[in-house]
Ligand binder design. Structure first.
Ligand SMILES: Cc1ncc(COP(=O)(O)O)c(C=O)c1O
Length: 381
């Protein structure tokens, strides 16, 4: 490991480009591929991922906030950028200046954007979110026609997209709920377009939906976790097999590495770490690893996960602290100070998967990745 950093996150250019091609193949040439790069590109590094993906099969980027969108613009990304999250009133001026597309569902936001469009002479492109049963952001279908008319009346505002989001597609192999949401969305689109012009972009698909419901009606797919090389869930993989679809080949993009800060011998009967939650049953060798829950190594991994050193597994002993944890390297006798430790990713024939850490920590792979501290250096390899 080069440089002064005690840890780093490696981003595989090859794996990312491979996954992009898999989704391009899946959605076909006529649909746009939006890479969801919110949450620091699911922990992979916003600018690193956008820099690799722009112009290489990804047409759009999706961010959570105006700040993330503006950062993409400052980095020279010219592709369309859609803000998926909430843009507060005091961020709208910057959003318009950076030519970001905004997801809208409040009349107050639309009114302020109309004022900005008039003042700056710019065209502001909006994607109206339709509430179909997730009960997160969105305009109720019965209010949609009036909401859209209200936008179209304002010079400078354009309704470019109609979006929605599935609530229960990853957690189950039963897809009656998402099918109902799909029906609600389609009916809302039909009702809107019966009385007015067509809306150019329709989008509702996340990774699981892009795989399971390659609906011809959609012309943009918002793909996050799949581009990073992970299946959204076991259920999505299983549903794909049950539907007799050939599963995509996805390759994890991220590896997380640190180096050993100290090697020490401990006697049998030693209580390791805060709370003395692990007691050695034999004389052992411990590696002190300078990574903790501040970095995103979940405290739920205490006494549960493994790390990889020289291609071998070493179990985590004791509690994960804010900046340190310990691993037992008794069975890796050649482990030495400053040796590389793989916390996530492959080493030789072994691999630590984000899904495995998630299961141990009682969460999902998305959270394991998204909570990787943005301060850890990201390196494209
Ligand atoms: C609105 C929206 N679209 C798309 C996605 C991408 O989902 P996935 O990572 O499952 O592809 C997300 C992720 O949470 C989202 O919130």
């Amino acid at each position: 490991m080069s440089g002064r950093a005690v840890q780093r996150i490696e981003i595989s250019r090859r794996a990312l480009l491979h996954n992009i091609l898999e989704f391009r193949r899946l959605i076909g040439p006529r649909r746009k591929l939006l890479a969801v790069v919110k949450a620091n590109a699911y922990g992979h590094g916003l600018l690193e991922v956008a820099g690799l993906a722009a112009g290489r099969g990804v047409d759009w980027f999706g961010v959570d906030s105006v700040d993330e969108g503006a950062a993409l613009r400052r980095a020279g990304i010219q592709a369309p950028v859609l803000v998926l999250g909430y843009a507060p009133f005091d961020s709208l001026e910057e959003a318009v200046a950076a030519d970001l597309r905004l997801t809208v569902y409040n009349r107050e936001t639309v009114a302020r954007l109309a004022g900005l469009a008039a003042r700056t002479g710019k065209t502001v492109r909006l994607h109206v979110k339709v509430e179909t049963g997730t009960w997160r952001q969105g305009v109720a279908p019965r209010d949609l026609p009036a909401f859209v008319r209200g936008i179209r009346r304002r010079p400078g505002l354009v309704v470019e997209g109609l979006s929605s989001h599935f609530a229960n597609i990853e957690d189950t192999t039963r897809h009656d709920y998402p099918r109902r949401q799909l029906g609600t969305y389609r009916a809302a689109c039909r009702a809107l377009e019966a009385g007015g012009p067509r809306v150019p972009l329709k989008h509702m698909s996340c990774t699981a939906a892009a795989i399971l419901f390659p609906e011809p009606g959609f012309n943009l797919a918002r793909v996050g976790i799949g581009l990073y090389g992970l299946w959204p869930s076991k259920e999505t993989f299983l549903s794909c097999l049950l539907d007799r679809k050939e599963p995509l080949s996805l390759e994890p993009v991220l590896a997380w590495k640190a180096r050993i800060a100290q090697i020490k011998k401990v006697p049998a009967g030693a209580d390791i770490g805060y709370g003395c939650t692990y007691r050695t049953t034999r004389p052992a060798r411990l590696a002190v690893i300078p990574v903790g829950y501040f970095d995103g190594y979940d405290r739920g991994l205490s006494n549960a996960a493994h790390v990889l050193i020289k291609g071998r597994r070493a179990p985590v002993r004791g509690r994960v602290a804010m900046d340190f944890f310990m691993a037992d390297v008794t069975d890796v006798p050649d482990a030495a100070l400053e040796d590389e430790v793989t916390l996530l990713g492959p080493d030789g024939r072994e691999r630590i998967a984000a899904e495995d850490l998630a299961a141990l920590a009682g969460t999902i792979s998305y959270e394991i990745l998204a909570r990787l501290n943005p301060l850890i250096p990201r390196v494209v390899v």
